[in-house]
Write a protein that binds this ligand. Structure first.
Ligand code: XIL
Length: 364
């Protein structure tokens, strides 16, 4: 396992954020921490949690869990266009700032999600109809947001879900405002603007459905690789690929396909991040104990494939407790039983998924 020292959201920045949390001990970091702390920080894969504002503001137990378990916090929605850009002229950074302040206070690192996405845009953005306007707006948005958090957010999902759901029938690119107006160069525009604004930030392309068997998944992995190569051919920085990992428990993991994907990414010199891990349990039998085991097994197969093939820079879950998860809204079970997609149950008790993630993190 390499030491991941690249100066972005890496073991080093993680160690530094631990250093900040330790107060005076932070000063020691350059010269070396006491071995036990340095070792534990350097060898374990950092763990991230996506933070939802509503419980963050209102549920003390939720904040406690963030403090206790996370190395990295990711505003789940607060940095998306619809949250930041209620109108063309103003930015509303309140939600993101609250989470980032909390992160600083507790010595956590932060990842930014997301600078460009086809979804979650305000109506006035969807109404834009000229390419010139779209490019200006996109570039200005990225400049403003990345600049505001320069030195504070070391890693960004620059583009989110730019690959079509099914490249075999739809072509490689996801339809939406940015593709419609700017064509495939919207990805280049976004990465260039982010790199120019914060040359030290880790810039990530993030996408879903990259883990399973089947031609659609092969095509999606190939599309990501093609985008990364295209950026590199033009000397546009791209440092990481984010696997969202909203894993369907009923689908078969393509361990070989995933491992090959990781190896190809490694040979291209880009890092691999797990950015939105949770397990979709809507088709599993109801029994909670057995369901929790099946959920953990799904994550285990996925993580085993990744760790067998290369380095995993961080594992972020899309939430931490089953009490709050988008899976409950989007992937409801027919029997009406509450979903169980995340590491902690509704009472904040660790589930098998929690221990599975810990097991792989320890291989980090
Ligand atoms: C989801 C959030 O979890 C929800 O709260 C919100 O209503 C919609 O977005 N892929 C992504 C995330 O990249 O941004 C999405 O998050 C989940 C799917």
């Amino acid at each position: 396992m390499s030491t991941h020292i690249t100066g972005r959201l890496t073991r080093r920045s993680f160690v530094n954020s631990v250093g900040t949390a330790l107060g005076g001990a932070g000063a020691l970091l350059a010269g070396g921490l006491p071995i036990s702390i340095a070792n534990s920080a350097v060898t374990k894969t950092p763990f991230g949690i996506a933070v939802e504002l509503e419980p963050f503001r209102n549920d003390p137990e939720y904040r406690k869990a963030l403090t206790k378990y996370a190395d990295i916090l990711v505003p789940m929605n607060a940095l998306k266009w619809a949250s930041l850009r209620h109108n063309r002229h103003e930015f509303d950074f309140n939600g993101a700032d609250e989470i980032i302040e909390f992160a600083k206070l507790h010595g956590k690192s932060v990842r930014g999600h997301a600078l460009l996405w086809y979804a979650y845009n305000p109506k006035w953005v969807e109404a834009i109809s000229s390419a010139k306007q779209a490019e200006k707006l996109l570039v200005e948005h990225i400049e403003q947001v990345v600049d505001r958090y320069r030195g504070v957010i070391p890693s960004w999902d620059v583009v989110n879900e730019v690959v079509a759901h099914d490249p075999l029938s739809q072509g490689n690119w996801r339809k939406g405002i940015w593709l419609d107006l700017l064509g495939r160069k919207h990805v280049e525009i976004a990465f260039k603007a982010a790199a120019r604004t914060d040359p030290n930030a880790q810039l990530v392309i993030n996408d879903y459905d990259l883990a399973n068997f089947g031609r659609r998944f092969d095509a999606r992995r190939d599309a990501i690789l093609a985008i990364v190569r295209n950026l590199q051919d033009q000397n546009i920085p791209v440092h990481g690929v984010g696997l969202q990992a909203h894993l369907y428990a009923e689908r078969e993991t393509d361990a070989d396909g995933l491992a090959l994907f990781v190896k190809k990414l490694t040979s291209l010199g880009v890092k691999l991040l797990v950015t939105e891990l949770d397990v979709i349990d809507w088709r599993l039998a109801r029994d909670p104990k057995r369901r929790d085991l099946a959920v953990a097994r799904t994550a285990s197969e996925f993580l085993a494939a990744l760790y067998s093939a290369g380095d995993v820079e961080s594992i972020t879950c899309w939430g931490i407790t089953d009490k709050y998860s988008w899976i409950t809204d989007v992937f409801k079970r027919k029997d009406g039983a509450p979903n169980r997609p995340l590491p902690l149950d509704r009472n904040y008790q660790p589930k098998p998924l929690f221990h599975t993630i810990e097991k792989y993190r320890n291989l980090g």
